[in-house]
Design a protein around this ligand. Structure first.
Ligand code: SF4
Length: 95
């Protein structure tokens, strides 16, 4: 599933060169898109060994990816990062 999504984005002309180095290539997609309440441990373990983890995580945060494990983080963890960034931007603007 993640490979399909990445391929679709590549076809849209979005730079996804980092995906060529994804450690999840060939892994079971269900690990990265688990049912609610299922373990994410195995997917995160694969991500932690991935050389493009930062690029993957940044992509998922920037595109507000709603589902799956990206860059070793769940949607909830990514949402927390987005919120923290928004707060930091607001504080900078407030001076
Ligand atoms: S960080 Fe995880 S989901 Fe992202 S490319 Fe690497 S292995 Fe795949």
């Amino acid at each position: 599933m993640i490979a399909d999504l990445l391929e679709a984005l590549k076809n849209e002309g979005i730079d996804m060169a980092w995906q060529d180095f994804a450690n999840c290539r060939g892994a079971d997609p269900d690990l990265f898109f688990p049912e609610r309440g299922a373990s994410t441990r195995q997917a995160k373990s694969i991500c932690r060994e991935c050389t493009v983890r930062e690029e993957c995580l940044e992509f998922a945060i920037e595109s507000s990816e709603k589902f799956g494990i990206w860059g070793a983080m769940s949607e909830r963890e990514r949402r927390k990062i987005r919120r923290e960034r928004q707060i930091a931007v607001r504080r900078r603007k407030a001076g």
